[in-house]
Design a protein around this ligand. Structure first.
Ligand code: PGA
Length: 253
């Protein structure tokens, strides 16, 4: 049985004091039986680590360098993130792929570095609107998953949470319907099963893209949707906690 999982991607938001308050509010009332992870910018990791100390909420980062150390100005490594209490790292987010030009193989190298450091990668995949409209959704997610298999082989899905985030649904208010999301999630799980059946059973697959307190329960009710990667709605504790609650209830039903 896969436990429900909800991660908040705070992106480039917050100040030292506002992230502390937000993290404290989330840590004071986490839903039971849900893995809850919050991912501030790296600069705020210490503040957030302090605010969630002693709670069940875990800490994640928004990216990590493929290299351990060296001449990589502006990057942070997974080993450094682990020192700050991070257990998770978002890898291959569509904003990294589109705005910063990270390729499938670069994302896969970053993913492998996260795994090597003993952290869990929240690996993001998903199609653009144009790709969906030209019926390429399945082939795009397969290509993105293949990059992981090429780099990490049998280990590709160890310490991994997959996040399916259709690019057209991120920050747009246009959520994939529960049926659309479930169809892609089922395909992802089936595709992973073709590589490693045990990994396919165990891997949590999150949906991301305009999840909010109103649509979370319908999404999480689907067999292959194990939780969510939440952007905008993760910046308000009330909304984020309501989403965590929906994930918790999805397991009971
Ligand atoms: P959103 O962002 O919930 O604001 O659509 C999701 C994400 O980018 O991970």
């Amino acid at each position: 049985m896969r436990s429900p999982f909800v991660a908040g991607n705070w992106k480039l938001n917050g100040s030292r004091s506002s992230v502390s308050s937000l993290a404290s509010e989330i840590a004071s009332a986490p839903a039971s039986n849900v893995e809850v992870v919050i991912c501030p910018v790296s600069l705020h990791l210490s503040e957030v680590a302090q605010a969630i100390a002693g709670s069940s909420v875990k800490l994640g980062a928004q990216n990590a360098c493929a290299a351990e150390a060296g001449a990589y100005t502006g990057e942070v490594s997974s080993t450094m993130l682990a020192e700050y209490g991070c257990e998770f790292v978002i890898v291959g987010h569509s904003e990294r792929r589109t705005l910063f030009g990270e390729t499938d193989s670069q994302c896969a190298e970053r993913h492998a570095a996260v795994q090597r450091a003993g952290l869990t990668s929240i690996f993001c995949i998903g199609e653009s609107l144009q790709e969906r409209e030209s019926d390429q959704t399945f082939s795009v997610v397969e290509r993105q998953l293949n990059a992981l298999i090429d780099v990490s082989g049998d280990q590709a899905f160890e310490n991994t949470v997959v996040a399916y985030e259709p690019v057209w649904a991120i920050g747009t208010g246009k959520t994939a319907s529960p049926e659309q999301a479930q169809a892609v999630h089922a395909h992802i799980r089936q595709y992973i099963a073709g590589h490693n059946a045990d990994a396919a059973d165990a891997v949590q697959i999150l949906y991301g893209g305009s999840v909010n307190a109103g649509n979370a329960a319908d999404l999480f009710a689907n067999a292959d949707i194990d939780g969510g990667l939440i952007g905008g709605a993760a910046l308000k504790s009330k909304d984020f906690l309501a989403i965590c609650d929906a994930a918790s209830r999805s397991q009971d039903s």
